[in-house]
Ligand binder design. Structure first.
Ligand code: PEP
Ligand code: MN
Length: 338
């Protein structure tokens, strides 16, 4: 598991070094600290900027940790490359902007530095994928993805909704890229960091980027969500890593039996769907013979109401049933038109 940890922002050489010392010897391979901070409101702490570059280099010299910061434009990239940083990340607000991502990609062209791309703030996988493609076209070979959650109308207890299925979709689309999770920006408060990290590991994702500050409560940005180095170590102690797979015979026997049951149900599902579509075609012919339009007002709403109620009775989530039947209905309408 790849571990990236460090403060939200670099604040002073002492704060960086004290935090980094607290992170040695526990499996962290990259030390992170934001130098240029994209803050929602002006007048908040906007980072120390290029002044912090030598502080990061000093951290690497003393602790041996690789050092990384966020870049939001070509000037940042150039300054980081000149200072000799080991890795970069593109923040969630920047991933939303193809202009900025393109500018960053061009500034990276011909270099070999690893770049992590955080998801865009809005739940649009195309913007995220587009950022990957822009970097790939510029010849950046070492790219990682970081899920830091999304701005959605409803994010439950979290600051940013994780939308795990969207991240899993990105993994399927870019199977060669490591996918990390930033539980700190998803959580927004330190008490929720562990459950999100555990979920990431349960899904088999490749690592974590966690905000850690020597004195989290007095941090100049994101104070509520940062862990102390001790808190981070106890997080690592609490997390349970699952293996991707195993050849252990008792596990294999059990999982194969369960998978055989799933396969049998899938076969029945497909047979039922095919039977349903045959009826749709028949209905289509019947309506045509009687000069009736394919769509009748109110029929879809009634059908949906009935299946949602039946779904509820069977403990199926409403949005799942709705999506499923929208897809089925769409194909049915197509069949009736044939
Ligand atoms: C950060 O990593 O401190 C940061 C600003 O993150 P994000 O781009 O995910 O908001
Ligand atoms: Mn932060």
């Amino acid at each position: 598991m790849l571990l990236i940890a460090g403060p939200c922002s670099a604040e002073s050489p002492q704060q960086l070094m004290e935090t980094a010392r607290g992170l040695t010897g526990c499996g962290v391979s990259v030390f992170r600290a934001g130098l240029w901070k994209p803050r929602t409101h002006p007048g908040s702490f906007e980072g120390v900027g290029a002044e912090g570059l030598p502080w990061l280099v000093a951290v690497r010299e003393e602790t041996g940790l690789a050092v990384a910061t966020e870049v939001a434009g070509a000037k940042h990239v150039e300054a980081c490359l000149a200072a000799g940083l080991d890795a970069l990340w593109i923040g969630a607000r920047t991933t939303t902007s193809p202009f900025l991502v393109q500018e960053i990609a061009e500034a990276l062209s011909g270099t070999d530095i690893p770049v992590y791309i955080k998801n865009p703030v809005q739940p649009d996988p195309e913007l995220w994928a587009g950022a990957v493609e822009r970097l790939q076209r510029a010849g950046v070979r070492r790219i990682g993805l970081v899920l830091r959650g999304f701005t959605t109308p409803e994010s439950g207890p979290y600051r940013n909704a994780p939308l795990w299925p969207l991240a899993v979709g990105m993994r399927t689309r870019f199977p060669g890229l490591p996918l990390l999770v930033d539980p700190s920006h998803i959580a927004g408060q330190r008490g929720l960091v562990e459950e999100i990290s555990q979920k990431a590991l349960d899904l088999g994702l490749d690592g974590l980027m966690v905000e850690v500050h020597a004195h989290p409560d007095s941090a100049l940005s994101d104070a509520a969500q940062q862990l102390s180095p001790e808190g981070f170590r106890s997080l690592l102690g609490a997390l349970q890593e699952r293996a991707a797979d195993t050849d252990a015979p008792d596990y294999r026997e059990g999982i194969e039996a369960l998978r055989a049951r799933i396969d049998a149900v899938d076969e029945q599902l497909l047979a039922l769907l095919a039977a349903r579509m045959d009826i749709s075609r028949e209905i289509g012919g019947y309506k045509k013979d009687h000069g009736i339009t394919i769509l009748q007002p109110g029929r879809w709403e009634l059908l949906l109401e009935r299946v949602l109620a039946e779904g509820r009775r069977r403990g199926l989530p409403e949005d799942f049933v709705r999506k499923l039947f929208e897809t089925i209905h769409e194909e049915s309408v197509r069949r009736q038109g044939k």
